[in-house]
Write a protein that binds this ligand. Sequence first.
Ligand code: MF3
Ligand code: CO
Length: 288
Amino acid sequence: MIGRNDSCWCGSGKKWKKCHYPEFPADLTLAQQYLKNYRIVLKTPEQVEKIGRACKITAKILDELCKAAKPGVTTQSLDELSRQLHSKAGATPAPLGYGSPPYPKSICTSLNEVICHGIPDERPLQEGDILNIDVSSIVDGFFGDCSRMVMIGNVSEEKRHVVEVALRCLNLAINVCRPGNAIWQIGKAIEDYATSCGCSVVNQFVGHGVGISFHEPPEIPHHYNQIMTPFAPGMIFTIEPMINAGVREGILDPKDRWTVRTKDLKPSAQWEHTLLITEKGHEILTIP
Ligand code: MF3
Ligand code: CO
């Protein structure tokens, strides 16, 4: 029997441990393998429970904000309502002070040609607007993240189309999420469908692992990609496709360094859920 420090049986002259010494990945739990290979934390049942609670509260707050989004209401007043709802629920808005420059508000409100990260301001909502409200909340140290579109009164055919296509993209993507499938299938489901509808898929922003931190591995691209990471029970991540009526390119506002608008100023839409992978498939956590 040769030892780890003896020369390898293959004749390379290297030590066995540096050469053909077998690795036993089976010795590692799935959680250890995901951490080692992908830096993904598979959540324990206790973590799932707490992240689930955070997600439910996040979704309830989003629900209330969507109901309040009516003609004449400013996005600033939605931000104020969001702060009240967070406080009442014992939750902290994750965006407030996040990043660099520090994000100034408690939610993102992205109107019409704004792809994402729109900052609430004094502009009143008006008939014909489409608005994304994005709520991310911290509850008991755990994170939830979701967003929806609201159509204000009657909107143009182009706007309604992009809103509906974006929602179908999210649902098609959710339906590929189960053990045995892999991350690339999300981008495939979304980009196949969006392009078949004459829309484009933003590739400058991605979904993300979430729960213990606001943004954690893995990245979840919504466009075509080759990320082979298989879904495993205990993975928690967002899917948040940004779908454009025109070109996919977004331009960052140089003044506030947050607001991202479509390059051609055509409308953009986004819907977002936080998802848990289970043995059987998935569970949508951000349901009120
Ligand atoms: N769902 C968005 C994201 O994950 C929320 C952005 S909040 C912001 O990026 F603070 F980063 F703007
Ligand atoms: Co997100």
